[in-house]
Design a protein around this ligand. Structure first.
Ligand code: FAQ
Length: 315
């Protein structure tokens, strides 16, 4: 038996070393399976809870055009959640159980969605910065060693990139509008800049999973590398908008070709992740209510599926 596991372990290691994909039917170490379920589930929960901050502005959008776009954008986050939940199921996870874990506080979702959206400029900044950070984080995940997650990411990244442009376009309009509108855009950037940097997780020195996840080809870059990539991508975009990134320590390093920037306050990240962010309670309560309100839909779908099975059995 040990010899069989050794063989399977070698095959797994070889697949990773050869940059091939691990597929659901393949043997994988328990730790790999647990890590994948944890990351995919947290990612799926983030997509669903992430609909809330922008969703609050659907009824208050400044025009019918903005309302239609925002409705489609918020709704579009449900698609990735669906592919991600399906990917978690290929690892043996049960979708109902993942939701229970979220509700009971045993599984996380991204810290970024625990901040309030105070006005419509925040909707623009979420598209620009939050979807922008999601793209930087997720493009390398298209090469993740777990096949179903990697393939889901290809489609998700295409959508996120459309979402990012949508946010940028809102800000572009505000920044080319009245002084008051431009001030709204600057205020939104001031409030969302640091939480956006925190989306990439703790610094490498404090990241518990990075080393193993990189060895397994799950993560392709460390948290700090991706944070740097995000800053390098975003600062020139802020310049185009005529906005100031709220970091006095920001400067371009000609030698390295990268921006130097101030690290966010990670004690705030840990606090938010522990449940003490400005909107944690509200976000989770809303998620629980939506889950309870949707019970009849799940029951109806299950009843329909069982009727179909009986019909198919009789045919
Ligand atoms: N928030 O050892 P590491 C989106 C936790 S989707 C909360 O570095 P890892 C689309 C981490 O889980 C956004 N928790 O962990 C959208 C771990 O805790 P655990 C979501 C965080 O996994 C846009 C502990 O800290 N994207 O935005 C955070 O190697 C607009 C130690 O950290 C993904 O989930 C955080 N920011 O790296 C939707 C992408 N950071 O599990 C609507 C996939 C860290 O031991 C509107 N995930 N933690 O209890 C990943 O790439 C990784 O999981 C990281 C964290 C990079 C997030």
């Amino acid at each position: 038996m040990t010899a069989v596991v050794d063989d399977l372990g070698t095959a797994f290691e070889r697949t990773i070393a050869d940059e091939q994909r691990i597929e659901p039917r393949d043997w994988m170490p328990d730790g790999y399976r647990r890590t994948m379920i944890r990351q995919i589930a947290q990612h799926a929960h983030s997509e669903i809870i992430g609909m809330q901050p922008e969703g609050e502005w659907i009824t208050r959008a400044p025009s019918l055009r903005r309302k239609a776009i925002l409705l489609a954008k918020a709704q579009a986050e449900a698609g990735p959640a669906l592919y991600l939940s399906s990917a978690a199921e290929t690892l043996g996870a049960d979708r109902g159980d993942l939701t229970r874990r979220l509700i009971e506080g045993r599984q996380k979702y991204s810290s970024i969605f625990n901040y309030p959206t105070l006005n419509f400029a925040d909707v623009g900044v979420i598209g620009w910065l939050v979807d922008g950070a999601a793209i930087v984080n997720q493009v390398p995940l298209c090469r993740c060693s777990y096949g179903p997650y990697a393939r889901a990411m290809v489609r998700v990244c295409k959508e996120e990139s459309f979402h990012q442009r949508q946010g940028f376009e809102i800000l572009h309009t505000l920044c080319n509008g009245t002084p008051g509108q431009k001030a709204m855009a600057q205020d939104a950037l001031d409030r969302w800049w640091w939480p956006s940097l925190m989306m990439f997780g703790p610094p490498d020195s404090a990241s518990t999973h990075s080393e193993q996840s990189m060895a397994w080809g799950i993560k392709r870059h460390s948290n700090d590398e991706l944070r740097q990539r995000f800053v390098d991508m975003t600062v020139p975009q802020a310049d185009v908008l005529g906005l100031r990134v709220p970091d006095d320590g920001l400067s371009y390093d000609e030698e390295t070709g990268h921006y130097r920037f101030t690290e966010p306050d990670y004690t705030e990240l840990y606090d938010v992740v522990k449940g003490n962010g400005p909107c944690n309670e509200e976000r989770l309560a809303h998620r629980v209510k939506a889950h309870e309100d949707g019970a009849w839909v799940r029951e109806a779908a299950a009843a329909y599926a069982s009727k179909q099975r009986v019909k198919e059995g009789a045919a």
